[in-house]
Design a protein around this ligand. Structure first.
Ligand SMILES: O=P(O)(O)OC[C@H]1O[C@](O)(COP(=O)(O)O)[C@@H](O)[C@@H]1O
Length: 327
C-alpha cells in the first residue's frame, strides 16, 4: 500500500520530466525533436523507479521506435509488475507550432489490464462523472447531448463539445451544430479534452470523434480514475489491422469497447503534465534556473485527484534539464 501510494508521485516525476524537455522545443517547428526530447527524459526517470514495467502502449514497435517501444522493459527490475502506457508528447504538432493542448502522459496498471491498442483509429465519446453510464457511442449525437445537458443541469446550447478538426468529422459537426451545442474544433490532441470532461470547471463537457486508439486507452485510464466515461470502437482500415485486432482477442474488431474493456482494473495510476496550456493544465514555464510544471495525478483505487504545481531547479536536479540548451 505504502509503496503503491508513493508510486503515483513517481509517475508525476516521469511526466514532469518529459514535459519540461519537450517544452524546450515549443514553436521551433520540429515535432520529431520535441517528441524525442520528451521520450528520452521520460525514459531516464522511468529507469530510476522500482518497478518491473513493460510498455504496452508506446512510441511504436521495437523496429520503428528507438525508445519506449512496445515490449520495452522499464524500471529497475524490482517492485510490482506493471503494464505501462505512455505518450511522452501527446500533440507533437501542437508543441512544434506552440499551440495549446499538448501534454505528457503515463498510465500504469497490473499486467493484462490495459487494452494493448495498436496504432490505428478509434471512434470515441467521452464525458464526465455526471453523464457516465448514460451516453452511448451509437446513440444519435443530439440524444447524447441532451443527456449530458440534463446531467449537468444546463441547456444543450451551453454545452461545449471538443472535436478534432478533420474532414472525417464534417457530418458529426453538422449534427452537433443542429442540436445547438457549442463546438471547440482542435487541430490535435484529443486526450487532454477527454480528461477535461471530468472537471466541470474546465469548460469542456464532451469529447467526440475519431482519433488515435492508443490515445483512447490513455484517456480511458484517466476517466476510469475520475469516474467519467469513455466508450470506443476500433476503426481497422485494412486486413492487417483486422488481423491485429483479432490477435488482441477481439473476436469482432468493430465491437463497442466500454471503459472496462479498455481498462480492466481500478488499480491504476495516471499522470499528465501540461506542456503547452490547456483547459486542464498549465503549460511549462521556464524561470531563471528552472521550470514550473502543472500535473494531474490520479490513483484509481482511492480516486484521489491531485493537481501538483512544481518548481524544478535545474542546478539541483539536472535530470529535469535533459533537453538542455544545446538545441
Ligand atoms: O492526426 P490524425 O491522424 O487525425 O490523428 C489524431 C490523433 O493525433 C493526435 O492529434 C496527436 O498525435 P501525435 O501526438 O502523435 O502527433 C491525437 O491526439 C489524436 O488522437
Amino acid at each position: 500500500m505504502e509503496m503503491e501510494r508513493k508510486l503515483s508521485l513517481e509517475f508525476a516525476r516521469v511526466t514532469e520530466a518529459a514535459a519540461v524537455a519537450s517544452a524546450r522545443w515549443m514553436g521551433r517547428g520540429d515535432k520529431h525533436k520535441a517528441d524525442e526530447a520528451a521520450t528520452e527524459a521520460m525514459r531516464a526517470v522511468f529507469d530510476t523507479l522500482d518497478i518491473r514495467g513493460e510498455v504496452v502502449i508506446g512510441e511504436g514497435e521495437m523496429d520503428e521506435a528507438p525508445m519506449l517501444y512496445i515490449g520495452e522493459k522499464l524500471g529497475t527490475g524490482y517492485g510490482p509488475a506493471l503494464d505501462i502506457a505512455v505518450d511522452p508528447l501527446e500533440g507533437t504538432n501542437l508543441v512544434a507550432k506552440g499551440l495549446n493542448g499538448a501534454i505528457a502522459v503515463v498510465a500504469a496498471a497490473p499486467k493484462g489490464c490495459l487494452l494493448n491498442a495498436p496504432d490505428m483509429y478509434m471512434e470515441k465519446i467521452a464525458v464526465g462523472p455526471a453523464a457516465a453510464g448514460k451516453i452511448h457511442l451509437d446513440a444519435p449525437v443530439k440524444d447524447n447531448l441532451k443527456i449530458v445537458a440534463e446531467s449537468l443541469n444546463k441547456s444543450v446550447s451551453d454545452l461545449t463539445v471538443v472535436i478534432l478538426d478533420r474532414p472525417r468529422h464534417e457530418k458529426i459537426v453538422k449534427e452537433i451544430r443542429e442540436a445547438g451545442a457549442r463546438i471547440m474544433l482542435i487541430s490535435d490532441g484529443d486526450v487532454s479534452p477527454a480528461i477535461a470532461c471530468a472537471f466541470e470547471d474546465s469548460g469542456v463537457d464532451m469529447m467526440i470523434g475519431i482519433g488515435g486508439a492508443p490515445e483512447g486507452v490513455l484517456a480511458a485510464a484517466a476517466l476510469k480514475c475520475l469516474g467519467g466515461e469513455l466508450m470506443g470502437r476500433l476503426v481497422p482500415e485494412n486486413d492487417e489491422q483486422m488481423e491485429r485486432c483479432r490477435k488482441m482477442g477481439l473476436s469482432d474488431p468493430r465491437q463497442i469497447l466500454t471503459l472496462d474493456d479498455l481498462v480492466k482494473s481500478d488499480d491504476i495510476f495516471f499522470a499528465a503534465t501540461g506542456i503547452t496550456n490547456s483547459n486542464l493544465l498549465k503549460g511549462v514555464r521556464f524561470t531563471a534556473n528552472g521550470a514550473s510544471t502543472h500535473t494531474l495525478v490520479v490513483r484509481g483505487k482511492t480516486g484521489t485527484i491531485r493537481f501538483i504545481e512544481a518548481l524544478h531547479r535545474f542546478d539541483k536536479k539536472p535530470l529535469y534539464n535533459l533537453a538542455g540548451l544545446n538545441v
